[in-house]
Design a protein around this ligand. Structure first.
Ligand code: ATP
Ligand code: MG
Length: 175
């Protein structure tokens, strides 16, 4: 399947704008070049990663906060960074973020199940990628996902998105 990464990101952003009613602006920026190796990427895994991280960025940001999706292609990796100006995550909570059902105590009445990031972590692992978080309470959050460009490094567990989702107890949520 040919994956046009720009179009792909725009489609995710479009679907989120519909469900969040244009609450925040998402600023998309590309750096480096994106030749055909990207065709090999698993579209579904990548969709879950970006959709969940952008969904969180929107959900945990005040109205009008800006969200930056920056994508940098380097020789061996592609780095996605998702930066928001939202409620932030304390150092203590950062230790637990990727655990199933974990939610930080500053979420107030923002609803969620605590599953999104455990799915993201599994999908990133399936690619042999890495994910990092940088955040400060009340001062925005940046998630950085680094994925290898070459297919031989991806899908090490051979897990499908459906297997990953059921292994973390995920059920399609009603928004
Ligand atoms: P859902 O399963 O619907 O995604 P959720 O958003 O609560 O629910 P996760 O996406 O796994 O669950 O995130 C876990 C917790 O990490 C959140 O409850 C929140 O406390 C914190 N978190 C995640 N992303 C952000 C962010 N961008 N800004 C602030 N807090 C965040
Ligand atoms: Mg979430």
């Amino acid at each position: 399947i040919e994956l046009d990464i720009q179009l792909f990101c725009k489609q995710i952003i479009h679907s989120l704008h519909l469900s969040f009613e244009d609450k925040n602006q998402i600023i998309l920026n590309f750096d480096g070049d994106f030749p055909s190796e990207l065709e090999l990427w698993d579209e579904k895994l990548l969709w879950h990663i970006l959709h969940n991280l952008l969904n969180n960025a929107l959900k945990y940001s005040p109205q009008g906060g800006k969200i930056f999706l920056n994508i940098i292609a380097e020789e061996k990796t592609v780095t996605f960074s998702i930066k928001d100006q939202g409620i932030g995550i304390s150092q203590e909570s950062q230790q637990h973020l990727f655990e199933t059902f974990y939610r930080a105590d500053n979420v107030g009445n923002i609803s969620g199940t605590g599953l999104g990031l455990s799915i993201v972590r599994k999908c990133v692992e399936a690619y042999n990628g890495n994910i990092f978080v940088e955040s400060e309470l009340d001062n925005g959050t940046t998630f950085r996902v680094i994925l290898p460009r070459q297919q031989q490094l991806m899908g090490k567990m051979g897990e499908s998105v459906e297997q990953i989702k059921s292994s973390v107890g995920y059920h399609e949520q009603t928004k």
